[in-house]
Ligand binder design. Structure first.
Ligand SMILES: [Cu+2]
Length: 259
């Protein structure tokens, strides 16, 4: 009996050691962050999505999927960040002009400025923020996007890795007539209706568990920070915990809690 118990404890310790090694950061700015994209408050979009960003040095790879957008219309999409921003998605109290909707400027205090334009081709700098001919037009209301080798400044790389940036997909259809129109002008570009640029879906890019959400490995960073790793291992058992992590259970739970 005693031998068996000791052996199990030993296995748990080995698992703990393996986990401790695997969660060490590769370098200061490297890392993976991910977001659940949700409807922006007040803007009436019945959609959702996910986004993931891998940071290696000053280069990022972005993978994004979304549904429920106005079909066959260009949807500007960006990574936003502002040092003074809340690093969050806007809430109804950000509607400063009281029209019941959040326009892009009103979202600024929550998510900051455009730092990366998620264009399909060409430039990805903030200058391409409204290059609507190079963004997805969401056929069927869906966007499936992946782009690598996107260069960013070291400040932006650090902010993204630190979980301080926010993905925003723009373009809404308030009057449900299947196109961007209406009398209210865009706060970004007065030649466009506000429907073309108001934020539709939003998600804060938070630090993913070690190995990234796509591989499902690792433990919630919060647990590790609070020193709860050993307790968790003792409660659940190292092998069971690793198995659970492998299913993505932790990643999903954490993403929901943070969203
Ligand atoms: Cu944006």
């Amino acid at each position: 009996m005693r031998t068996t118990t000791t052996r199990i404890a030993g296995a748990s310790l080995a698992a703990a050691a393996a986990l401790a090694l695997s969660v060490g950061p590769a370098s200061a700015a490297d890392g993976s962050v991910s977001a659940n994209l949700k409807p922006v408050a007040g803007n009436g979009v019945m959609g959702s999505g996910t986004a993931m960003v891998d940071v290696t040095g000053n280069t990022i790879t972005v993978t994004m999927a979304a549904t429920g957008l106005l079909p066959n219309s260009p949807h500007a999409a960006h990574i936003h960040f502002g040092a003074a921003a809340r690093h969050e998605c806007p809430i109804l109290s950000d509607d400063k002009n009281g029209d019941g909707h959040i326009n892009t400027t009103e979202g600024g205090p929550a998510y900051g400025d455009i730092v990366v334009s998620l264009t399909k081709t060409g430039d990805t700098s903030p200058k391409s923020g409204l290059a609507i001919d190079r963004f997805s037009t969401a056929p069927g209301g869906k966007i499936a996007y992946q782009r690598g080798s996107i260069k960013v400044s070291s400040d932006v790389a650090k902010a993204i890795s630190a979980g301080e940036s926010v993905v925003v997909i723009h373009g809404v259809d308030y009057n449900k007539d299947g196109k961007y129109d209406g009398n209210t002008k865009s706060d970004l570009m007065p030649s466009l209706p506000t429907e073309a640029t108001d934020p539709a879906l939003c998600g804060a890019l938070r630090v993913a568990p070690a190995g990234g959400m796509h591989t499902g490995g690792g433990l919630p960073t919060d647990t590790l920070k609070s020193g709860g790793q050993n307790e968790a291992l003792m409660l659940v058992g190292g092998v069971a915990l690793l198995a659970a992590a492998g299913t993505g259970t932790f990643a999903a739970r954490r993403a929901r809690a943070r969203a």
